[in-house]
Design a binder for this molecule. Structure first.
Ligand code: NDP
Length: 247
């Protein structure tokens, strides 16, 4: 079925490149108005140009460093003033930090990974929570990673940050389980982006899915008809997983 998001308002962080760029493009192609957030104005403008050329959705570009926590609060306030609601949140922006043994991780790198991947994501959740609840079918998608569960050697800070946002997403989903808001985490799987190249410099990027493929799969989860909540959507497996401890 064709995804129809006409009239819906979507906020996508990390929309200047990589996965977020293509999620934003797909949401716009389905008719959504996309509020695109990142620091790199050139990337946001390129997105805007492509969306205009497609002639379907529209954008509002928000150059913002997500380390600016009061800036995130102001963004929520501006969305409230202009639209009074938010239909779709894609909390996608993230940083890798460095791939190295835990004993070698610099404190400032650890702090940065936690600041952007966890604290900023929580702040964004807090800022838009009432706006998503004001929608008739709020959909929140929180980008995680298989690293949260595999917890492989040398991926410690990044893995911990993704485990943390998954826990936040699941708690948020549970709080909203009797409302129309649905909250899920997403594992995009290895994708051909700048972050993946930083993590695996020896890998041939051509062996990985292009972010446009992954973006399409993620955008489809914003469909108001999808009712799953509190789960993790695994893009490579094409299905929802429930990572729950046995009762
Ligand atoms: P990229 O590095 O290609 O893009 C990251 C995006 O996040 C950019 O748009 C960047 O924008 C934005 N961003 C980073 N820091 C900030 C900041 N301080 N303020 C605002 N925006 C920021 O990453 P990917 O597209 O690969 O990753 C997207 C998500 O998917 C991440 O959460 C990542 O952890 C997750 N993921 C990716 C995988 C992969 O293989 N690629 C695998 C598993 C998970 P700008 O620099 O312009 O601010």
């Amino acid at each position: 079925m064709t995804l129809d998001l006409s009239g819906r308002i979507a906020l996508v962080t990390g929309a200047s490149r990589g996965i977020g760029y293509f999620v934003a493009k797909e949401l716009a192609a389905a008719g959504a108005h996309v509020i695109a957030v990142a620091r790199t104005v050139g990337g946001l403008e390129e997105l805007d140009d492509e969306i205009r050329a497609d002639g379907k959705g529209t954008t509002t570009l928000v150059p913002l460093d997500l380390a600016d926590l009061p800036g995130i609060d102001r963004l929520g306030g501006q969305i409230h003033e202009r639209w009074g609601k938010l239909d779709i949140l894609v909390a996608n922006a993230g940083v890798l930090g460095t791939i190295s043994p835990i004993g070698h991780v610099e404190a400032k790198v650890f702090d940065r990974v936690m600041a952007i991947n966890v604290t900023s994501t929580w702040r964004l959740m807090r800022s838009v929570d009432p706006l998503l609840k004001a929608s008739d079918a709020g959909r929140a998608l929180i980008l995680s990673s298989g690293a949260a569960h595999s917890a492989r050697a040398y991926w410690g800070p990044y893995a911990a940050s993704k485990a943390a946002v998954e826990a936040l997403a699941r708690s948020w989903a549970d709080e909203a389980k009797n409302m129309t808001l649905r909250v899920n985490s997403v594992n995009p799987g290895a994708t051909r982006t700048a972050m993946r190249a930083q993590a695996m410099p020896g890998e041939d990027p051509a062996t990985l899915p292009h972010p446009s493929e992954v973006g399409k799969a993620i955008a489809a989860l914003a469909d108001p008809a999808r009712m799953e909540t509190g789960l993790i959507y695994d893009v490579p497996k094409k299905r929802f997983l429930a990572y729950r401890m046995p009762e």
